[in-house]
Write a protein that binds this ligand. Structure first.
Ligand code: CA
Length: 295
């Protein structure tokens, strides 16, 4: 299901026209602690958005041009899903506390996304992962781009649809039974049936685009947004170009990943929210960029 060849240069992007949408979970399916409600109208000025997440090839151009070292490279290790690890056993430093399906792997970084025995050049058209929010900001500065606000992300991901569950509608499968995004099928985290074809990342443009032409807005990898994360933000956020809270501990992540499953993390829905600290990186989080002034 490859729709177009992906570019190793600057991303293709599309203009999202100004408009108003209903932001939030109108199905009451989110985890209450995530703060997906109340649903509230938001007006946004127009902006541009990448049609795909930033790829390994694009991130490689950034690091080769600038010499930039990501935070995982400086730390010397990063989080890899246990079934994806490609490393000598001595480089597996142990499971993450509270999430034993994540192994902290020495030598895992954006260029070695599954550990030292993996390399980005084998998967140049996959989204870059093992990048922190700070790394994503560094890329954006180099590319004269910026991260999306959380409201921009949701507005674009909805693809001209209103109050729907996913970027393409309300059902996970299309009329022919095909998967529309890369998530987890089976029993998390032990058995992945691979019905959608992928255990971990898929190439960008592997699944049909939404109504704005955005690929993989749902599933595949989480995408960093610019905002601080505050679960109660929707209760009194601005109704025009909300910039996110002024303070926080984590930065917003959107879209869910190949590890999402209804039983464990149903955050592949378009209203779903999550966050991580800005220096964190993992094998299932990347980003896409925006153009135009930040709200
Ligand atoms: Ca999958």
């Amino acid at each position: 299901m490859d729709f177009q060849p992906s570019s190793s240069r600057a991303n293709d992007d599309v203009l999202i026209p100004a408009g108003t949408f209903e932001m939030g979970d109108s199905f009451s399916e989110g985890y209450p602690s995530d703060g997906e409600q109340p649903v509230h109208p938001v007006f946004l000025d127009s902006f541009r958005i990448d049609v795909t997440a930033v790829t390994n090839a694009q991130f490689a151009e950034f690091t080769e041009t600038t010499g930039y070292r990501t935070e995982s490279e400086i730390f010397g290790s990063s989080a890899v899903f246990y079934l994806a690890v490609r490393a000598h056993p001595s480089d597996i430093l142990g499971p993450a506390q509270g999430a034993p399906w994540w192994f902290n792997v020495r030598g895992a970084d954006w260029a070695h996304p599954s550990g030292p025995d993996s390399h980005w050049s084998d998967i140049p058209d996959h989204p870059v992962v093992q990048v922190s929010w700070n790394d994503a900001q560094a890329y954006c500065r180099w590319a004269s781009r910026r991260l999306l606000t959380e409201a921009e992300w949701e507005y674009a991901a909805r693809g001209r649809l209103h109050n729907r569950r996913y970027p393409w509608g309300d059902e996970l499968l299309d009329a022919d039974g095909h998967h529309q995004c890369n998530i987890w099928q089976g029993t998390f985290p032990t058995q992945n049936l691979l019905d959608d074809g992928y255990l971990t990342t898929s190439p960008v443009r592997s699944f049909p685009p939404n109504g704005h032409g955005l690929f993989e807005a749902s599933g595949n990898v989480w995408e960093w947004c610019n905002d601080w994360f505050l679960p109660k933000y929707y209760r009194n956020s601005p109704d025009r170009n909300p910039p996110g809270p002024t303070i926080g501990e984590g930065r917003v992540m959107r879209g869910g990943s190949y590890l999402c499953h209804e039983s464990y993390c149903n955050r592949y829905r378009v209203a779903a929210r999550s966050a991580n600290t800005p220096d964190s990186a993992s094998g299932n989080c990347g980003f896409r960029t925006a153009g135009g002034p930040l709200a």
